[in-house]
Design a protein around this ligand. Sequence first.
Ligand SMILES: [Fe+2]
Length: 349
Amino acid sequence: MGAILGLGVTHVPLLAGRDENMTRIVRRVLADPDLPERYRTAEGWPEAMRQEWGSDEGLEAARRHRKALVTWFARARRVLDDFAPDFVVVWGDDQYENFKEDIIPPFCVLAYDAIEHRPWEKAPWPNAWDEPKETTFVFKGNRPAAKALVSGLLGEGFDVSYAYRPLHHPLGHAFMNTLLFLDYERQGFPYPVIPFQVNCYGRRVISQYGGQAALAHMSMEERLDPPSPAPWRCFDLGRATARLLAASPWRVALIASSSWSHAFLTPKHHLLYPDVASDRAMYETLRAGDYQAWRQTPLAQMEDCGQQEMLNWMCLAGAMAELGRRPNESDFIQSYIFNSNKVFAVFNP
Ligand SMILES: [Fe+2]
């Protein structure tokens, strides 16, 4: 019989950069000509946002934010090492990186034999580790296990796609950053990786290139793409994944990777700050193990709250519901100025 560890983490790109660049997303919004004037300075912001910005435009807050995130990644890594998985499955989004106009799969298991990637080759910002542009990371895959997972899911009626090699990109940042952050101290990441792509960006995956857009661009409804898979479907897919892997011979870490509400996906806040209240409500529901509330969350609500990427967590929630688990440890790391709130959760085997 298999054993399963559940982990929820983030792949926030701002952590891969330096503290002095951590406000780059909010700064772009502040410079957007369509931002209502009253939001252009801190006087017009929510009190908690103003406090976080402080008197140094968020520099001290960036240090605190990094410390909190790095501490949690170290903790997650210890849990992972103690568990010693045969492989890890990472639910992550593809933000117009590997999947583009030629195909957007709702779900795709990347059944690679190995992964090789130079994440800094074209990076416009210096990285947090001062690693040179040509730095190459190599990870093992596990094609037999990935094929078994895909076969099992197809057998249960989930029409998942699979790929044996990348299409446009060696490894999207949702997966890559997760591995870089789980190895923040650069000791190496020895566990084979099965990236499991979820089309979280849905209506904005091609129309917005899965990323930040100007305010003027956000309102162009006619440009939007078809939606992502429904939250309940992600949840049920996670359930089936846990069921299949629990009956397998393997020790598996199931990892959901994403920040929660994103400022740049929250038009009701003029893309300036995320939906903290909605994230906190989802967090309390998760802590209580009220998974039906999660499963019933409408996609329209998640889109309204800028929570598109939480579809990765929806898969994990389904998996943990299947196993009857509640988080053993968790944390909510709030931020108004660093684009998103981040949540960590550990579900012990
Ligand atoms: Fe993402």
